[in-house]
Design a protein around this ligand. Sequence first.
Ligand SMILES: [Zn+2]
Length: 256
Amino acid sequence: MFLTIIGVLVFIFGLVFGSFLNALEWRLFEKKSLMTRSECTKCHKMIKWYDNIPIFSFLFLKGKCRECQAKISWQYPIVELVMGLLFVFVLFYYFSFADFSILSIVRDCLVIFVLSFVFVYDFKYMEVSDTMTLGSSLLFFIIALFLGSSWFSMILGALIGGGFFLLQFVLSKGKWVGGGDIRIGFLMGILLGWKLLLLALWLAYIIGGFISIFLVLSNKKGMKNEVAFGTYLTVATFITMFFGNQILEWYFRLIF
Ligand SMILES: [Zn+2]
C-alpha cells in the first residue's frame, strides 16, 4: 500500500516534469523567457491552468486548442506519459535493492529529465542544447562525488566520450557528426564513467544501425530518413545506466 502511494506520487511528479520539459524545450528553441505563461503555439492565447494539466487536458480537449482549434502535438502527452513511467521505473529499480539512497533516486530522475530533453530537442530540431548538456555535466559530476563515484573514471570518460566525437568532427570537417555530439559524449562520460561509456557508445551504433536498416527497408514517404545521432546516444546512455553491468556480465560469460 505504502509503495503504491509513493509510486502514484512519483508518477505524477514524472508527468509534471514531462510537462515542464515540453514547455522548456519550446521556450529554449524560440528563445522565449522561462517566466512567461504557456501559450498556444498557433494563436498565442494564454493557456488556462485547467487546460494545462498533463495528459488529462490533452484528452479532454481532444488534442485541440480551446481557442483556435489548432491541433496540439502528440509530443506533449507522449513525453508526459513516458516521463511519468520512467520516474516510476527508477523508483522500483532502487526498491529492488536492499540499500539505496534518496539522492540516487533524485539524481537518476534528473538524468532521465536531461536525457529526454536532449532526445526530444535533437529529434525535433536536429540540434543539441548546450545549456542542457554542459550545464548538467557539472551538476551530475558534483552529485556523483557525493555518491562516492570515482572522479578519475568520470573525467577519463568525459575525455574519451568528447574526444571520440571531436576526432570524427575534425577528420570529417563536421560531416560525420555534429558539434552537439561532442558535448553529449562528454556528458555520457560524466554519467557513466569510462568503462560503461565504451559500452554505451557501442550500443548507440548498434541501435542506430538497426533503426537505419528499418527506415531504409520501410522507406515510407514522408518519414524522416535521417534520425539525429544524439537520440541514439541518449537511449544508449539510459540503457547502460540501468543495465550496463548486467550486459557486461552476460557478455563476458558468453566469451569466456
Ligand atoms: Zn490556439
